[in-house]
Design a protein around this ligand. Structure first.
Ligand code: SAM
Ligand code: SF4
Length: 350
């Protein structure tokens, strides 16, 4: 079947699935310091329920699926789930967003099961800052994950970097990762997902006070235009040519989505910008989200959700599809300017 369109004529063919709300890291902007509140097992979808949902969504036109979370690689059934999704004939592309830590262990199996590609999140190349931002992480572990993805030929390998002004990240060093190797570095504008209570839940390390992301404010967002100027100014000082937009003869990496891509002349990879705050891409939004507890969320920035877990457990295909269609029908035209959401990113599936 052709992809279904929402009330505003947008063809919806992309499903982001949060397979778990748990994570082995605790990034300051994404999760409370002591992890997500405990949820009984039965409140979370099982792999076979996610697969059923995806099979039905594929009848409605879903063609591309991304597994996310929380950290999708801590979900026990992740390899089997990828295999089940690969067996759905309509699904053309299966990708995964991960912090990379478990990739050295799991990537070979995931690739054999049918995973096409990965996005790996990495916000800083400074080991000490990495530990503070992730609260518990080890930079070398994530770097090893990137090496594994490249060595296995998962293609393209994208690096997601959320830019937060107070973190003063070395953005040129990030952009330069794209020069020698086929890495696609994407800078993401910091979004007001979650709220002060959920982001700062638990005591913050006083030493890390300047990293207190609970204080999300517009001033922490670095708009794309400013960031491109900054990278180009730093590149010039380092004797590099400026970034140039990726053109038709030189296509953007697969699954370009809302990112706009640039490239250093002659570079093996690209530099992308996802301007969720400075340039809304609502009119091109082609996605729905499924949360780990079985809610369909039509818009990242809106707390309107459509519960599908009971239908997946006890309902007929038509009952599941009725919820799917209701969510699609109510996908908002655009999101309002918000300063927070009920749930934080790791619960929604970023
Ligand atoms: N654990 C996986 C990871 O870190 O890649 C997948 C889930 S994580 C929620 C998905 C993406 O959302 C990551 O790239 C993360 O940096 C991004 N993210 C989380 N909170 C964000 C925020 N407030 N603004 C922008 N991006 C955010
Ligand atoms: Fe975990 Fe990813 Fe959120 Fe970091 S961004 S806490 S790695 S889910």
């Amino acid at each position: 079947m052709e992809k279904l369109h929402d009330a505003y004529g947008r063809g919806i063919d992309y499903l982001r699935i949060s397979v778990t709300d748990k994570c082995n890291l605790r990034c300051i902007y994404c999760m409370p310091a002591d992890g997500v509140p405990f949820r009984p097992h039965e409140e979370l979808l099982r792999a076979e329920e996610i697969a059923r949902f995806t099979r039905l969504a594929a009848h409605e036109g879903i063609r591309r699926v991304r597994l996310t979370g929380g950290e999708p690689l801590v979900f026990k059934g992740v390899v089997d789930l990828v295999r089940e999704l690969r067996a759905i004939p309509e699904i053309e592309d299966i990708s995964l967003t991960t912090n990379g830590v478990l990739l050295p262990r799991l990537a070979p199996e995931l690739k054999r099961a049918g995973l096409d590609r990965v996005n790996i999140s990495l916000d800083t190349l400074d080991a000490e800052q990495f530990r503070r931002v992730t609260r518990v992480g080890d930079l070398d572990a994530t770097l090893a994950g990137i090496e594994t993805a490249l060595a296995l030929g998962l293609d393209p390998v994208k690096i997601n970097c959320v830019v937060v002004r107070r973190l003063k990240q070395d953005v040129l060093a990030f952009a330069r990762l794209s020069v020698d190797r086929p890495l696609h570095v994407r800078f993401i504008e910091y979004m007001p997902i979650g709220n002060d209570e959920t982001r700062s839940h638990g005591a913050l390390d006083p030493e890390a006070a300047t990293y207190d992301a609970a204080l999300w404010g517009k001033s922490d967002v670095v708009p794309t235009a400013e960031l491109i100027d900054k990278i180009n100014a730093q590149a010039a000082a380092a004797g590099l040519e400026p970034l140039e937009p990726v053109g038709e003869k030189d296509p953007a990496p697969l699954g370009a989505g809302p990112a706009r891509y640039w490239r250093f002349p002659g570079a093996a990879g690209t530099v992308g910008f996802i301007s969720a705050m400075s340039n809304h891409f609502c009119s091109r939004c082609n996605r729905l989200r499924l949360t780990a507890d079985g809610m369909i969320r039509p818009c990242l920035f809106s707390d309107d959700e459509y519960p599908v877990r009971d239908a997946l457990r006890r309902g007929t295909d038509d009952e599941v599809l009725a919820v799917y269609r209701a969510a699609l029908e109510h996908k908002p035209k655009e999101h309002e300017l918000i300063e927070g959401t009920e749930r934080f990113m790791s619960q929604i599936g970023g």
